[in-house]
Write a protein that binds this ligand. Structure first.
Ligand code: NDP
Length: 283
């Protein structure tokens, strides 16, 4: 006896260069399987000068969307039909979603971070210190400002990008934006509620110490790291030992993926499956 079998899957890509070290495909495929979703997530190396051709391929083959990572987060913008609020403010897109034939750029990085933070504390009215002023710091600062943080202090080694991010917060959102130039180790000022390492420091195999004076951390502070590998960075371990409430980098990674799946499929998936798949991968 024969039967008809639907072998078609909805396609999602991850465009970047390189993408070999990006673990997103593992957690996406794991949760698609767990939820019985006929979706495929395909990491695809796309050089900067081939982005336009790759995007034409997405449209031709009817992809539901794609993530984009370096070097495409800004370059994709002029090719799109529109932007979500935070992507517009950040000037960076990490998630493209097909909606009624239009490809709209979103940024789920900052939302992924705020989701994991909100599991522990509210953001409205809080003072944050963010170490770093690159893509991750920018996403976190903008999204926390949209969540009505009181003040966001940017600490960065390079003054121009640090000042520019503090100014973006100050001028384009209702939060206050301050800048501290990183010179040696930064002392966390009195009144800070949430401290975030949003630099590359600690990403395996880097063993550089995060330049924060750990004696200036207080047990009532929430301390978080964007580094997903290893999940328990030395910075997170030390802050935990000091009595701070801590959030590892898997929280942001898992939640940005969960939000992206909701955008592409409308479905709320089980983030525990995504987190476990990454823990298995990095163990
Ligand atoms: P960028 O290259 O855009 O920015 C890097 C930032 O780190 C800059 O502010 C840079 O300072 C700072 N920095 C790097 N090395 C040092 C150092 N030795 N001392 C002081 N400052 C330093 O990177 P991204 O923002 O895109 O990514 C940062 C990290 O965040 C990566 O490790 C990435 O894996 C992680 N990430 C995690 C996500 C998650 O979901 N968990 C999502 C996105 C990113 P300067 O400006 O002076 O160069």
């Amino acid at each position: 006896m024969t039967k008809l079998v639907d072998c078609h899957s909805t396609l999602i890509a991850n465009f970047g260069m390189p993408v070999w070290e990006n673990p997103t495909e593992f957690m996406m495929e794991a949760v698609f399987k767990h939820e019985g979703m006929k979706y495929r997530y395909i990491s695809t190396e796309v050089p900067a000068d081939k982005l336009e051709a790759a995007f034409a391929g997405v449209k031709a083959m009817g992809y539901k969307g794609f993530n984009c990572t370096l070097p495409h987060k800004q370059k994709i913008i002029p090719l799109l039909d529109g932007l979500g609020e935070s992507a517009e403010l950040m000037g960076a897109v990490n998630c493209v979603v097909e909606r009624k034939g239009q490809y709209i750029g979103e940024n789920t990085d900052g939302k992924g971070y705020t989701e994991s933070l909100k599991e522990i504390t509210q953001i409205a009215g809080k003072t944050l210190l963010i170490l770093g002023a690159g893509g991750a710091a920018r996403a976190i600062a903008v999204e926390c400002a949209l969540e009505k943080a009181k003040k966001i202090i940017i600490v960065n080694r390079t003054q121009t990008s640090g000042q520019e991010l503090a100014q973006l917060v100050e001028e384009k959102t209702a939060s206050r934006g301050d800048f501290i130039s990183l010179d040696g180790e930064v002392q966390v000022p009195e009144g800070v509620d949430i401290v975030i390492n949003a630099t590359n420091i600690g990403l395996y195999p880097d063993t550089t110490k995060v330049p924060i004076d750990m004696t200036s951390l207080k047990p009532n502070m929430v301390v978080s790291d964007v580094i997903p590998n290893p999940p328990q960075t030395p910075f997170i371990k030390e802050a935990t030992a000091l009595g701070c409430t801590t959030i590892d980098g898997l929280g942001m990674l898992v939640n940005q993926g969960k939000i992206a799946i909701k955008y592409w499929s409308g479905k709320e998936v089980d983030s525990n499956v995504m987190r476990q798949s990454l823990l298995d991968l990095f163990s």
